[in-house]
Every structure is written in structure tokens, then in C-alpha cells.
Design a binder for this molecule. Structure first.
Ligand SMILES: Cc1cc2nc3c(=O)[nH]c(=O)nc-3n(C[C@H](O)[C@H](O)[C@H](O)COP(=O)(O)OP(=O)(O)OC[C@H]3O[C@@H](n4cnc5c(N)ncnc54)[C@H](O)[C@@H]3O)c2cc1C
Length: 434
């Protein structure tokens, strides 16, 4: 399966812009100090007030490095004069913006419709994610809920005009919504605290209910993303509590996320399946299986407190757990719908093969990728007739920075599949059992 998918990847080197991106990623992944300097720069970009300011920050961070590649040496030298700084600032701002556009499909749902419609026509469904995390005031949480509500309207209205794509619109259990929105609980309340979970849950529920009603009335899907471990209990309780309410018995289609990097994820899956099997609610809950995007955060936080990290620290253990959870989820159908989200060709091929070996149909497995990171894999999967959903962040660059840095970290992490693939590790090794 992995070999067939790999052969269906689009050929490289056709797009010069992608080649430049690849070069920048390669540079950043070779040197941890350089990577940190560049990430600090990306992080500070939205707060810079002028090109001169930008250039001063860039040269400041680069100046702290002992050894620099020659191209960056030139940048530092340019920073010594005012005209040099203006040129450098403009180039750096352009670079960051360009990178951000690779991952962020538009500044608003309306502006993203061109890309979303294009994806659909090419055989890819989407899930829109409105950027903006870690809400700290009530006003911000209200504004995020309003943006979600408007996004549901915009997406549902536009999706009516999309052409028929049977692979994307139904599985063996029935119809699948065309409009799909991913939301973050931490953006729906400023009160997410593990030491006072009820407060955060109630506050977020208050803003989530109208969204569930709207998704139900428009026939859209609402997916609740999973964040760091300290939000997990609140998020799970919130989802189960709301979906158990009488008015949501018949919809909307809704989903949650299971993170395989957590050592306790098998027990979390027990809880999800217990709920799903006991719930008379229809349509079934969609479970998106991921490895988890907060690995560094969980490790650092545990170390800071002297705790045993809640995440696996050996990558292969995480990958093996992902495969075990994949199988369990596939076996749990039709109590749940299964979405496997990964850019790891081995993990994805395993899911497809496990589905076949269990006698499942391809239409009963959804494969999800992130815009900008999983484009090639998504293209290959859609070309082979699988149901692919592309997770598409929408929002402005300033709000998008946290997201962007997380994506870049993932892409340049030494143990990531994409890094290994870019390094030219042979296919047989990439596809070997973890
Ligand atoms: C459509 C989509 C939606 C997503 N939604 C969410 C979400 O809601 N919440 C969320 O947290 N993440 C989410 N993610 C991100 C996901 O969790 C992964 O970070 C990302 O996909 C990388 O995993 P991989 O299988 O693609 O790549 P791989 O390269 O195979 O795996 C990388 C992952 O392995 C884990 N890892 C890295 N090093 C180690 C180590 N030393 N020991 C153990 N584990 C390690 C980390 O989780 C890391 O992200 C989503 C991803 C996609 C594609």
C-alpha cells in the first residue's frame, strides 16, 4: 500500500516556489540554534512596527549564532546600514508572509472559498479552522464564537454550489456534511483551568450550544480539536455533556480527537467507545486519530514539575500505539466514524491495510492532512480514490503566528516522518513497522 501511494505522489521540482520553501526548511532543520533563531523571529514579526524594526530583530537573533551559513552572513551585514535594513526587513516580511500563506488558506472564510472550492473539485473535502488560540478575555471568546457562527453560514451556503463528489459525501452509514468546521475549546472561554474544570466547561458550553444548533440546522459538521493535556478532561466532559442533551439527539454531525502520543490514550479510547456504544445519538461521533501536536510542551511542562511525561518519549512507541488505536477504532465501527490524520506514509498505509484486513470498505475510513504539510500525500490519496479531508487554517497572519511556529517546529523536528522523507531515507525504511 505504501509503495503504491508513494508512486502516486506528484513529481517534485515542478514548482519553483515549493523548491524555495523546501530549501528554507532544510536550512532550518540542519541546525537547532538557527531554527530557534528563525522561530523567535517568526514569533516577533507581528509585533514589529517597521521594516527597520524587523531587520534589527532578524540580525539580532542571527547575530547570536556562532556559525552562520554564508547567505545569512550577508543578511547580518545588510543590517549594519539603514538602507540595508529596509531591504532586509522587506525581504524578511515577505518571506514570513509567504510561508504563512502556505499553511493559511485565506484571511477569512469568504476569502478562502476559492481554495476550498478548488480542493473539493479536485476530490478533497476540507475542515476549516479559525485561527486564534488561548483566549484571555470574555470579549475574545464571544468574538471567536461569532466568527465560528459566520463561518458555518458562509461554508454551508457556498458548499451548496459545489459539484457532486460521491466519495466525499457519503459512507456506508449515510450522508456526510460538505461544510465542516474545527473549533478549539480554549478559544471559546478564557476560563480553561485544570484546577477549576467546571467553570471553563460551563462557559465554553454556553458558546458552543448555539454553534451546535446552527451546524445542525445547516447540515454542517462541527469538530472539536484536542489541545494540551491540561484541557483534555474539560474538553471530553464538555463534548459528551453537550451531545447527550436532548436537542442534539438527531444532530449535528460532531467529532473529537484522540492523541496517540499520550500514554493514557488507550484508556481514553475506552471512555470514548463506552460513551459511543451507550449513546442513542445519531449520526455517530467522528473520532480523528492524531499523534498530538503539543509534544514539546508536554515534555517541558512535565520536566518543570518533576513529573513523568504524560507522552511517550520514544517515537516508535508513539507510532506503535497509533497503529493499535487505528485498529481498535476501525473495529469499533459503526459506533463511531473513523478519521486517521497523519502525514506519515507508514501510519496511513497501515490504516488502509488494516481496514482491508478487517473487511472494511475504503469509504468507511477518512484520511486527513494539514494544508501545506500534507499536500503531496493528500494528492496521492485522493488520486487513489480515498476520502481525503484537508484541514485548512483561516485567519490573519498575526493570529496565525502561534499556529505557524507549531507547524514549522513539526516539520523540522528531527524525528518527524516528513523530515526523514526530506532527508532521503529509503522508502523501505520509511515503511518499516515502527
Ligand atoms: C488533519 C489533522 C488534524 C490535526 N488535529 C490535531 C488536533 O486536534 N490536536 C493535536 O494535538 N494534533 C492535531 N494534529 C497534529 C498531529 O497531532 C501531529 O502533530 C502531526 O500530524 C504529525 O504527526 P504525523 O503522524 O503526521 O507525523 P510523524 O512524523 O509520524 O509523527 C510526529 C509526531 O510524533 C510524536 N513524536 C515526535 N517525537 C516523539 C518522541 N520522541 N516520542 C514520542 N512521540 C514523538 C509527536 O506527536 C509528533 O507530532 C492534526 C493533524 C492533522 C493532519
Amino acid at each position: 500500500m505504501g509503495r503504491a501511494l508513494f508512486a502516486a505522489f506528484p513529481k517534485r521540482g515542478m514548482n519553483p516556489v515549493k523548491a524555495i520553501d523546501a530549501k528554507a526548511m532544510e536550512l532550518a532543520s540542519q541546525d537547532a540554534k538557527l531554527r530557534t533563531a528563525l522561530f523567535r523571529f517568526v514569533d516577533v514579526t507581528p509585533a514589529c512596527r517597521s521594516l527597520d524594526d524587523l531587520a534589527r530583530h532578524l540580525t539580532g537573533y542571527l547575530g547570536e549564532l556562532g556559525e552562520r551559513p554564508p547567505s545569512l552572513d550577508v543578511a547580518v551585514k545588510m543590517g549594519a546600514s539603514k538602507p540595508g535594513r529596509a531591504a532586509l526587513g522587506a525581504a524578511a516580511a515577505g518571506g514570513v508572509r509567504h510561508m504563512a500563506h502556505r499553511f493559511i488558506v485565506g484571511e477569512s472564510p469568504r476569502k478562502a472559498l476559492g481554495i476550498l472550492g478548488g480542493l473539493w473539485r479536485e476530490g478533497n473535502a476540507s475542515s476549516v479552522d479559525l485561527l486564534g488560540e488561548a483566549t484571555v478575555t470574555e470579549g475574545e471568546a464571544d468574538r471567536y464564537a461569532e466568527r465560528c457562527s459566520e463561518a458555518l453560514d458562509t461554508l454551508a451556503e457556498a458548499a451548496i454550489g459545489w459539484p457532486e463528489r460521491p466519495v466525499l459525501e457519503a459512507d456506508s452509514l449515510g450522508a456526510l456534511p460538505r461544510a465542516n468546521l474545527s473549533v478549539k475549546v480554549s478559544a471559546l472561554t478564557p476560563h480553561m483551568r485544570p484546577d477549576a474544570p467546571e467553570r471553563g466547561r460551563e462557559d465554553a458550553s454556553r458558546r458552543m450550544r448555539p454553534l451546535l444548533r446552527k451546524a445542525r440546522d445547516l447540515g454542517a459538521h462541527l469538530h472539536i480539536d484536542m489541545e494540551s493535556l491540561d484541557a483534555l478532561e474539560t474538553t471530553m466532559d464538555l463534548i459528551f455533556g453537550l451531545l447527550d442533551e436532548e436537542e442534539f439527539r438527531e444532530g449535528p454531525s460532531a467529532g473529537l480527537v484522540l492523541q496517540a502520543y499520550l500514554r493514557e490514550s488507550p484508556q481514553q479510547l475506552d471512555r470514548i467507545l463506552e460513551w459511543a456504544n451507550a449513546s442513542p445519538r445519531r449520526p455517530p461521533l467522528v473520532v480523528r486519530l492524531v499523534k498530538g501536536a503539543y509534544w514539546d510542551h508536554e515534555i517541558v511542562q512535565a520536566r518543570q514539575h518533576g513529573w513523568q511525561p504524560p507522552v511517550f518519549d520514544v517515537k516508535a512507541e508513539c507510532d506503535r500505539n497509533f497503529e493499535r488505536l487505528t485498529r481498535r477504532l476501525l473495529e469499533a465501527r459503526p459506533a463511531v466514524r473513523v478519521a486517521v490524520a497523519s502525514h506519515n506514509l507508514r501510519s496511513v498505509s497501515h490504516a488502509i491495510a488494516a481496514n482491508h484486513s478487517l473487511g472494511g470498505e475504503d469509504r468507511d475510513l477518512e484520511l486527513q492532512v494539514l494544508r501545506g504539510l500534507g499536500d503531496e500525500l493528500g494528492h496521492a490519496l485522493a488520486g487513489e480514490g480515498f476520502r481525503v479531508r484537508v484541514y485548512c487554517p483561516v485567519g490573519d497572519l498575526v493570529a496565525g503566528m502561534a499556529y505557524l511556529v507549531r507547524r514549522l517546529l513539526e516539520n523540522t523536528s528531527n524525528e518527524s516522518f516528513l523530515h526523514e522523507q526530506a532527508r532521503g531515507v529509503p522508502l523501505e525504511e520509511l515503511l518499516a513497522a515502527p
